[in-house]
Design a protein. Structure first.
Length: 294
């Protein structure tokens, strides 16, 4: 502490000044599945209890052994942070917005898929699907999916998608979202977390942390790094998410006191073996309203 005892016997802090009484706010810290969680709350529950049993299992699935950080991306998005929360809790937008997902089969509503909720009021959710399981439903998907399915598109470098089965359950996409601002994702063989940091009502920062496992082979590590091209601020998939958040912000900011409601996938908050639903969004907003007292 500068000039704690003054200078030349003059000034400074009193003799009974106790530095231990003036430290930084001490956080409650827990480690769960290779991740460090901290809270300002004195009554912080255990992280596993906060996640709920199913989201805790999904977290253990991804962080099942020691990890190695491969890199980071940071981006600013000019929209309210809750629009990105909507995006990550909304499973059906991917079949409409993300041409890459639909065209190259990483994620389609016609696949074996599902949406699960957990935690207080269902405010956490998980979206998962398995590539290559369209099983006769692809034709219907082509008719309903709009522009996002482009049958004649090809990759100049098909090795981008030459990965391996990541987990024994067969899911090739698994995104679990923990209220309010944590996203953990497996898309093909990319593994990453995303942290949403609000910077006011009209802007937020998104921090991507990419990782693999310590016991990855050099070939696996190289593939994970290559597939980072799918995600992040300029990713073949994820670039569109930041863009659509800004488009929605610009579309609604003028009429902040107005509302428009279109319900999809029922009105309840329950697990469903489909991604054509807004159940995850309903869980997020019900939890948000109760916590905020709205």
């Amino acid at each position: 502490m500068p000039f704690r005892k003054g200078l030349g016997g003059k000034g400074g802090y009193p003799a009974d000044f106790d530095m231990k009484q003036h430290g930084l706010h001490r956080l409650n810290v827990q480690v769960f599945g290779e991740c460090i969680f901290a809270s300002f709350a004195a009554d912080m529950p255990s992280v596993e209890d906060y996640f709920g049993p199913r989201m805790a299992d999904y977290h253990r699935r991804m962080f099942n052994r020691p990890v190695e950080v491969l890199g980071y991306h940071r981006q600013f998005v000019h929209s309210n942070w809750k629009l990105y929360a909507d995006n990550t809790h909304d499973p059906y937008h991917a079949s409409l917005l993300h041409l890459f997902h639909s065209t190259f089969g990483l994620y389609r509503a016609s696949q074996i898929c599902g949406t699960e909720t957990d935690g207080y009021e269902g405010m956490h959710n998980c979206i998962h699907s398995r590539a290559g399981t369209d099983e006769g439903r692809l034709e219907g998907y082509k008719q309903e999916g709009g522009r996002s399915y482009q049958e004649n598109y090809r990759l100049d470098d098909p090795s981008l998608l030459k990965g391996w089965p990541e987990f024994a359950d067969g899911d090739t996409l698994c995104i679990h979202v923990i209220f309010p601002n944590l996203v953990a994702q497996q898309i093909a063989n990319t593994l990453a977390t995303r942290q949403i940091i609000p910077c006011g009502p009209q802007r937020f920062e998104l921090i991507w942390t990419y990782f693999g496992y310590v016991d990855d082979t050099p070939e696996q590590r190289a593939m994970r790094i290559k597939q980072i091209n799918l995600i992040g601020p300029a990713g073949l998939i994820s670039m569109e998410d930041g863009d659509i958040c800004e488009a929605v912000q610009q579309g609604v900011v003028r009429d902040g006191d107005a509302c428009s409601i279109v319900e999809m996938g029922g009105r309840d908050i329950a697990d469903i073996d489909s991604v054509l639903t807004e159940v995850g969004m309903r869980g997020f907003w019900r939890g948000y309203r109760k916590i905020m007292g709205f």
